[in-house]
Design a protein around this ligand. Structure first.
Ligand SMILES: *[C@@H]1O[C@H](CO)[C@@H](O)[C@H](O)[C@H]1NC(C)=O
Ligand SMILES: *[C@@H]1O[C@H](CO)[C@@H](O)[C@H](O)[C@H]1NC(C)=O
Ligand SMILES: *[C@@H]1O[C@H](CO)[C@@H](O)[C@H](O)[C@H]1NC(C)=O
Ligand SMILES: *[C@@H]1O[C@H](CO)[C@@H](O)[C@H](O)[C@H]1NC(C)=O
Length: 394
């Protein structure tokens, strides 16, 4: 009897922990008339799960990530994928972590209106080139997509928000920083509006061969997408536009409260920026890139240097108490929408708080959360990358 009950309970637990909410897509056809389109000219899209009860006037908007395309060839390879065309997107998207509708998994935001904005422009929602590329039919219109989707959400009820958060992860986390004040100005004056960037704090660093790969890369993105006019003017008035894609150069001027979640050893930055394409011809970094536990002592020294560089770049946030941060020492990327990282018994903790608790305290202003983890390998609360469901759109 007892074993049968236990078995039932275990099955129930498995069911509960693997069940995930699927939210239908909305294709915003009306955006086409505004020229707000994906790389291939199809309309942009979002997924909305309506809030309820006390959360009915609260909104959390999440901008999807997925890297960038910095030249025509690479944008063309996206054109027939979900990252370049709404015709190729899944009709349903799993909502978990900060997007979950279950109070056991997402205690603070589960009953808010939760929106995932699909990423199909390849330029962190900053592009705006009027001309369509004649040879390829490519459109660079990310900033128009951002504007059109926000207009739609305002009309869907976001115009009467009491609380609103713009968030996003990776390229979407960077877009969150770059658009934070735009978002702030769209919402009612009496609303509490904040931005929360997850894994979007890309730093200006040299790769393992000593070259400024990411500086050239961001410069190419900004040039191709015509992003300059949509980057914060407080930065573009002083630095060349490509440099204004780096959070460290724009964050201090942002007026809307901003929270940064990032791993100091962000594995996307390690795999794609630190060990830049072509810098590891013999594959010496292959094993270390896949899991920090496999790194040699020399490679760990390089990664500790990355952490130092990251913390220095983080000073770009300035001292304002409106800007908080949660910098853990996990080897991770995009933690807020993965349940195992966001909130659970075994989720990472920093100063004894899960990411969900830190974001809640920062949003409610019960704690101006600003904490940095001790260097790897001291944090024993990190979730092993292999525990993570990888099917998520990150
Ligand atoms: C989502 O779409 C499916 C299939 O198109 C439909 O059957 C279902 O009712 C939709 N769900 C909601 C909540 O609209
Ligand atoms: C686009 O960028 C990739 C990666 O840097 C490079 O291999 C390719 O030659 C570039 N293509 C063009 C047309 O510049
Ligand atoms: C919000 O938008 C709706 C739909 O467009 C409109 O009916 C309503 O008047 C707006 N409310 C405010 C306060 O702007
Ligand atoms: C850490 O947090 C847990 C759960 O919130 C709590 O039960 C525990 O007492 C806290 N430990 C310390 C040392 O603060």
């Amino acid at each position: 009897m007892v074993t049968r009950f236990l078995l039932f309970f275990v099955c129930l637990l498995i069911f509960v922990t693997t069940e995930s909410l699927l939210v239908n897509i909305t294709i915003l056809e009306s955006a086409v008339a505004k020229g707000a389109v994906c790389l291939d000219g199809t309309p942009p899209a979002y997924h909305l799960d309506r809030g309820s009860g006390p959360g009915v006037n609260n909104w959390v908007i999440s901008l999807e990530g997925g890297g960038w395309c910095q030249n025509v060839t690479l944008c063309l390879t996206r054109k027939n994928t979900r990252l370049g065309s709404s015709a190729k997107m899944d009709h349903q998207l799993p909502f978990s972590g900060m997007m979950s509708n279950d109070p056991n998994f997402n205690p603070e935001f589960y009953n808010w209106n939760r929106v995932s904005v699909r990423y199909c422009d390849g330029g962190s929602f900053t592009g705006d080139v009027e001309a369509i590329d004649p040879g390829t039919g490519l459109h660079y219109r990310g900033a128009r997509i951002f504007k059109a989707i926000m207009e739609e959400l305002l009309a869907q009820g976001m115009n009467t928000s009491q609380n609103a958060i713009l968030s996003g992860c990776s390229a979407g986390g960077l877009a969150t920083i770059l658009h934070c004040d735009n978002f702030g100005t769209l919402l009612p004056n009496n609303a509490k509006v904040k931005c929360f960037s997850d894994a979007g704090y890309f730093i200006h660093l040299n790769d393992i061969s000593g070259q400024p790969y990411i500086e050239h890369y961001f410069n190419d993105v900004v040039t191709l997408h015509g992003s300059a006019k949509n980057l914060p003017p407080s930065c573009t008035s002083k630095l060349k536009p490509g440099l204004c894609f780096f959070p460290e150069n724009v964050a201090q001027q942002i007026k809307t409260p901003l929270f940064i979640i990032n791993a100091a050893y962000d594995h996307w930055q390690v795999r794609n920026i630190l060990v830049a394409p072509g810098t590891d011809p013999k594959g010496a970094w292959k094993s270390c890139k896949s899991n920090i536990k496999n790194c040699t002592p020399y490679q760990l020294t390089v990664l500790q240097g990355l952490r130092e560089d990251f913390l220095k770049a983080l000073e770009g946030l300035g001292r304002s108490s409106t800007r908080g941060y949660y910098i853990n020492s996990c080897f991770s990327h995009c933690q807020s929408q993965q349940q195992a990282y966001w909130f659970g018994l075994n989720s990472p903790r920093l100063f004894n708080k899960t990411i969900a608790e830190a974001v809640r305290d920062w949003f409610l202003e019960t704690d101006q959360y600003r904490h940095i983890d001790c260097p790897y390998p001291c944090d024993k609360t990190c979730v092993d990358a292999t525990d993570i469901i990888t099917s998520q759109h990150i």
